[in-house]
Design a protein around this ligand. Sequence first.
Ligand code: SF4
Length: 188
Amino acid sequence: MRTPAPGQWRSEKLSQGYVADYKPFVMVDGEGVRCSLYVSGCLFACEGCFNESAWSFRCGEPYSAALEARILDDLGHVAVQGLTLLGGEPFLNTGVCLRIVGALRARFGRAKDVWCWSGYTFEQIMDEARAGSTDKLDLLRSIDVLVDGPFEISQRDLSLPFRGSRNQRVLDARLSCAAGRAVEWLPG
Ligand code: SF4
């Protein structure tokens, strides 16, 4: 597993704007029924990664207006609670992620929530922002729940809700940003 220095990995240099997959109406990527967007490209290289095929920044297809329209239509279904961003690494694909979250907020406001899985911890994202990667902080501020930290196979625990290893945390992104420290997410 790799650990970047703050500011070392930048979305504007790495992202190709590709998405590896899109799955509507899933029930395993967060709370409730969700639409899941898998962005392409990750450098963390966790041993035992659940989606190694999405490590390439050219995996899949370019994100498109047509896909965005489809996602927004799917999110409009009354049974859907929100959007989930995972990968790959959403914080190394902030162009795609900020675009779809912005479109979601424009259409649904806070009526739909956004969950995001990242290999970065909350504290690392804060350090990234201080090192000039403010796009990562912009994304953190736009989501509702952050499942943070890399998958560590030595801490693997399949009994945990929403995460695969004990080092990972399920955080309330809005409360964490407001407090400037990691705040655990509690089911509503
Ligand atoms: S951060 Fe996630 S997508 Fe990236 S290597 Fe680790 S488990 Fe895989």
